[in-house]
Design a protein. Sequence first.
Length: 217
Amino acid sequence: MATLLHIDSSVFPTAASASRAVTDAFRKTWEEQHPDGTVIYRDLAANPVPHITADAHTAGFAAPDAHTPEQAAAFAERVKLIEELERADAVLIGAPMYNFSIPSTLKAWLDNVILIGRTAMAEDSKIKGTPITVVASRGGSYAPGTPREPYEYVQNYLQAVFADSLAMDVHFIVPELTMAPQNPAMSELVPLFEASRAQALDAATAKAKEVTARLAA
């Protein structure tokens, strides 16, 4: 049966997190469609992975028998994360926008799993073509034509990483205006937030069904 790698990075619990609410909807549908499947779950807020170090980085460009003890230990941690990603038939990531970018915990995970010659820039990469759904929530709107469009660094960055570098099949779900219910200055945008949230939850359910059907075919 298929394996889903589910990663959340929001610092907030599901009840207070737009990205977690949507990834939860995707995962529940996935599990309904794949009751005998496997879910590998990582909560990067609760259990962050190590930030990349010089030893972990340089070890990726050296033969294993040339690793120092420090490089070997650091690289072993990277390999665990890479193997998790390679085992996945589909990937689900919650990527809320913090200060115009992704959470540092998610960046740390990416720095570990992006390995040139294995996951990146590799014709025989095991993750090439793997479907990945990214829930890119944000407090405002950075959609094309909005005043803040130039500050959209989440989708643009993750598109470059997942599609261009890792050659994965990436799809974005974007719940917007998530700060509207808490910010009095955005009160008139609450209906748009509610519509965006409903659309994102529906999209998550639909995408989970689409991916499971694709893998079962």
